[in-house]
Design a protein around this ligand. Structure first.
Ligand SMILES: CCCC(=O)SCCNC(=O)CCNC(=O)[C@H](O)C(C)(C)COP(=O)(O)OP(=O)(O)OC[C@H]1O[C@@H](n2cnc3c(N)ncnc32)[C@H](O)[C@@H]1OP(=O)(O)O
Length: 309
């Protein structure tokens, strides 16, 4: 009976969890009409610069693969790809069974930033700021997805491509790969939220060095400063060899194994701890806890008398 009462209480509080979590997700949109941000208008503008695609493959394992696909421009982001990205993030937001996401580039390289042809065409500050707000919204929503994401960096991640890696929970660097915030060489600073996220990942001293010197981060330096969470050897192209993507899926599975609601809850408590003031983060943690306590995975673990030896 006592357990039933606790469950009733927690079920009640899990509806408030949806409230707290929904509020955090709403914050996913950094910019809205309050900031004179007109999503429809900027989408239309971006669609005027077509080319390439952002492809999403949702797998039964609960791991999705997002591919930046514009090989003839080293996977630079055209305007239509920015719109594609935002649509793929929406699809992931409504995927109930999601657990993990791998973000990769097509044809052996990650992403060379924004498409310089589009950049030249919208080089006035107003359009640049609108593009920047659009991408900040999309990448913030990507980072806040209730799944564990990893950027699989093969080849080069330059400029906006380097910024994109920071919108994932983890970064895996393939041997020979480079992450480089080349913005300073382009007379720019990051604008897709990459600087704010980089400071949180590597600290302000390292971020200043990476941005101020436009340093090339190879896997060794990446590991040293905490930008990279792992290094994967690029497999030989032999028949039957495990691909780089499979290696990344293996790596990610250490964190995504288990029931989807539990994996999602892990991400939610870490995200709220990172983004909310302590009192609010604690309340959200309590609410998220209420969604898994007495849930199927919890009851199964109790019934099987799980040991942690
Ligand atoms: C807020 C966002 C800030 C930004 O992202 S600004 C953009 C930062 N990115 C860049 O400046 C990248 C410039 N590109 C490069 O440095 C080099 O192309 C790169 C990526 C090192 C590759 O060098 P290589 O392997 O020698 O190949 P390549 O130069 O012949 O390039 C192959 C084709 O890809 C094109 N490409 C590469 N990066 C691009 C980009 N960002 N926008 C538009 N086109 C781009 C390049 O022009 C070339 O095309 P094409 O064969 O000449 O028609």
């Amino acid at each position: 009976m006592a357990l039933c009462a606790v469950r009733r209480h927690l079920l009640k509080s899990s509806s408030s969890c949806c409230g707290a979590w929904a509020r955090l997700l709403q914050r996913g949109c950094v910019y809205s009409s309050v900031h004179c941000f007109d999503q429809g208008e900027i989408r239309e503008k971006l669609q005027a610069f077509p080319g390439g695609s952002i492809d999403l493959l949702k797998q039964e394992s609960g791991i999705a693969v997002l591919t930046i696909n514009y090989p003839s421009r080293m996977n630079a982001f055209s305007g239509s790809m920015m719109v594609d990205l935002e649509e793929r993030v929406s699809q992931l937001e409504s995927w109930i069974d999601c657990k993990g996401l791998i973000v990769q580039g097509a044809s052996g390289t990650f992403c060379s930033g924004s498409d310089l042809n589009a950049v030249r065409a919208i080089s006035n500050p107003q359009d640049g700021m609108k593009m920047c707000m659009f991408m900040q919204n999309a990448l913030t929503r990507l980072l806040r997805l209730p799944l564990i994401s990893v950027a699989l960096v093969e080849g080069r991640a330059l400029g906006g491509g380097a910024e994109l890696t920071t919108a994932c929970d983890f970064r895996l660097m393939a041997s020979g790969s480079v992450i480089q915030f080349v913005h300073k060489h382009m007379g720019l600073v990051p604008g897709w939220g990459g600087a704010a996220r980089l400071v949180r990942i590597v600290g302000s001293q390292n971020a200043l060095k990476l941005l101020g010197g436009a340093l090339k981060v190879d896997p060794e330096l990446g590991l040293q400063i905490g930008l990279a969470d792992g290094v994967l050897e690029v497999p030989q192209a032999e028949e039957g060899a495990v691909t780089l993507l499979q290696r990344a899926e293996n790596w990610l599975s250490h964190y995504t194994n288990g029931a989807a609601p539990v994996v999602q809850a892990v991400k939610k408590v870490v995200l709220s701890g990172r983004e909310l003031p302590l009192s609010e983060a604690l309340r959200t943690e309590k609410d998220v806890f209420g969604t898994v306590w007495g849930g199927p995975a919890n009851l199964q673990a109790l019934a099987s008398k799980t040991k942690h030896r």
